[in-house]
Design a protein around this ligand. Structure first.
Ligand SMILES: Nc1ncnc2c1ncn2[C@@H]1O[C@H](COP(=O)(O)OP(=O)(O)OP(=O)(O)O)[C@@H](O)[C@H]1O
Length: 216
């Protein structure tokens, strides 16, 4: 089954020129796809649309085989598709790292005990245990980036949407992130301006140009 299918998406922010003008995209299980295009071309907007955080003016969004139109249609999508936001501050809102990572699992109905087990496992896997009890808003940019990934992985999503995941990462952490992501089974839709990272994680590429998606 195709995981995500966007078909003929049209969209303009109110009062602005259209950014999406017939964009179509498909992501299959296990596939790793890079989405590239100039600044402001609408890549982040497209990722947000998959989760229903922005509605298209026209076109259809099908996720896990079901067309999604209304807010209620997108609730299950948000539980099963993990989006790592471009700006970590949009994603981290709890006082401590452990609470931020536990938030998703608790929301999915896990017990406090189960959620804390997940926190320790995910932070351990990402080699971030040393950040467990730190105050989230006092972390460095790169630390926040990695914690954001932890909050998403804690929900065990079936698909990962990554918006500039290497932002703020040093060379060592970028290499580690690549290793972590390459070891995951999930399909990945990657937005990244870093060519070497894209080649190593998701060489198959579509380009957003003049509101449409073209095979690169
Ligand atoms: N909430 C919003 N309201 C109005 N305009 C917006 C909003 N969010 C984004 N835009 C505008 O829509 C356009 C597309 O933005 P978007 O973030 O999707 O682009 P992008 O391709 O991800 O860019 P970048 O490569 O710079 O991250 C930009 O011109 C942006 O200023």
């Amino acid at each position: 089954m195709t995981l995500i299918a966007l078909s003929d998406i049209h969209f303009a922010y109110p009062g602005q020129v259209p950014i999406l003008q017939g964009a179509s995209l498909r992501l299959d299980p296990g596939q790793r796809l890079s989405l590239i295009g100039p600044n402001g071309s609408g890549k982040s907007t497209l990722l947000r649309m998959i989760l229903g955080l922005q509605r298209p003016d026209r076109g259809t969004i099908t996720v896990f085989g079901t067309e999604r139109r209304d807010e209620a249609d997108f609730h299950p999508v948000r539980r099963r598709v993990g989006l790592v936001f471009q700006d970590a501050d949009d994603q981290l809102f709890c006082p401590t790292v452990a609470e931020d990572v536990a938030f998703g699992p608790l929301n999915l109905g896990k017990s406090r005990h189960e959620a804390l087990e997940i926190v320790d496992r995910v932070l351990g896997d990402l080699d971030l245990m040393h950040l467990r009890d730190r105050i989230t808003h006092k972390l460095s940019g790169g630390e926040k980036r990695l914690v954001t990934l932890a909050t998403v992985l804690a929900m065990q999503p079936e698909v990962l949407l990554l918006d500039e995941p290497t932002n703020a990462l040093d060379t060592k952490n970028e290499a580690r992130l690549l290793e972590i992501l390459n070891a995951l089974p999930q399909a990945i839709l990657l937005v990244s301006h870093a060519p070497e990272f894209r080649v190593k994680l998701a060489p198959e590429t579509v380009r957003l140009e003049d509101g449409r998606l073209l095979r690169d």
